[in-house]
Ligand binder design. Structure first.
Ligand SMILES: Nc1ncnc2c1ncn2[C@@H]1O[C@H](COP(=O)(O)OP(=O)(O)O)[C@@H](O)[C@H]1O
Ligand code: SF4
Ligand SMILES: [Mg+2]
Length: 321
């Protein structure tokens, strides 16, 4: 595969993934653009049902049967991976280029296989190496994710949730991908374990130079790892920019409200709830998709706003036109 130091690690252009259902088309991913450099982490935030998992699946081409539309460009190191056939994609991209820690990964480990074998397997299958070498790699990955070496010989039920999640991350790492997509890696874990998992990711980023797409609800904890932030609403990105600009001052009204919904330990104010629900992805309004819930809407919001550049950030809101 051709690649060049001049290229971004990942560039996603107008990515669309729609599903066919008996009640209509679900526009789960509806024209997503973003890019990511090497050794950077983008955190993707948004309420349930806004298309985050579908975006991860679209990037990794893990598609269900009822796909109605799957279009756009995804470049990895400058190579258009949407143009590859399924076999080329499976051989060159999945696992070795980009790997996934799926939603609820820690509960998806095979209960009757030792975790060492489970972590070694992708290396055997996708790197074509022998079992002993793959176990060696698995051992190294356990060091990176902070799991004691002798746990390689254990079964999943012998590990805590946090340890199983570290094993799932080790499995995604063992093929040395340049990018790992993690879909809610800390949901269902207690606060301390969540923080430990984010520390593991920080360490991997530093030690191995890996990039991350991190889908999460843990806005506060993930902010320490994030280099970039993308806010998703109703199948689209409504704000994207550097984390250092975003966290002190989100621009999009939805992003502001998401941030205000985070409980703060040292403040008297209660977190604010976002009133109403995200729209159905089947019948989307022709107005700004957030308009029915937006406290700042005005006459112009009857039309769908374009993505607007504002001080090096991008925001899909008429307030910044
Ligand atoms: N295979 C599918 N067929 C039909 N609808 C789907 C399918 N997969 C996901 N959806 C719908 O797409 C929308 C976005 O889902 P998802 O990507 O899982 O959101 P999130 O991860 O942000 O919670 C939801 O309305 C969900 O029900
Ligand atoms: S475009 Fe209008 S309705 Fe949409 S987020 Fe901005 S102010 Fe609110
Ligand atoms: Mg999801």
């Amino acid at each position: 595969m051709v690649s060049s130091a001049n290229h971004k690690l990942l560039r996603v252009e107008n990515l669309v993934l729609h599903f066919r259902t008996t009640v209509g088309t679900v526009q789960a991913v509806d024209g997503i653009d973003f890019e990511l450099d090497s050794n950077r982490a983008v955190v993707i935030l948004g309420e349930s049902g806004c298309g985050k998992t579908s975006l991860a699946k679209a990037i990794l081409r893990l598609l269900p049967r009822n796909v109605e539309k799957y279009t756009g460009k995804v470049y990895l190191n400058g190579v258009d991976i949407m143009a590859l056939n399924d076999e080329e994609f499976r051989q060159n991209i999945r696992w070795v280029g980009i790997s996934l820690v799926p939603q609820a990964a820690m509960n998806s480990l095979n209960p009757v296989i030792r975790v060492g074998d489970q972590v070694a397997e992708p290396a055997i299958v996708h790197l074509g190496i022998k079992k002993a070498e793959a176990w060696n790699l698995a051992k190294q990955m356990f060091q990176h994710v902070g799991v004691p070496e002798d746990f390689l010989y254990r079964y999943p039920f012998e590990l805590s949730g946090g340890m199983r999640q570290r094993v799932a991350i080790a499995m995604a790492l063992v093929t040395s991908p340049s990018l790992i997509v993690l879909d809610e890696p800390t949901s269902a874990l207690d606060l301390l374990t969540q923080a430990n998992i984010f520390n593991v990711l920080k360490r991997i980023k530093k030690e191995l130079g890996t990039s991350f797409i991190l889908i999460t609800h843990d806005i506060a904890t993930s902010s320490e790892l994030a280099d970039e932030v993308a806010i998703m609403y109703a199948g689209q990105i409504v704000e994207v920019g550097h984390a250092k600009d975003f966290f002190p001052k989100p621009l999009h009204p939805y992003a502001e409200m998401l941030m205000a919904s985070v409980p703060r330990l040292r403040q008297d104010q209660d977190p604010e709830f976002i009133v109403g629900q995200p729209p159905s992805l089947i019948n989307l309004p022709t107005s700004c998709r957030f308009a029915p819930r937006c406290p700042k809407r005005f006459s112009k919001c009857d039309q769908d706003p374009p993505m607007i550049e504002k001080d090096g950030r991008k925001v899909k809101c008429w307030l910044y036109a």
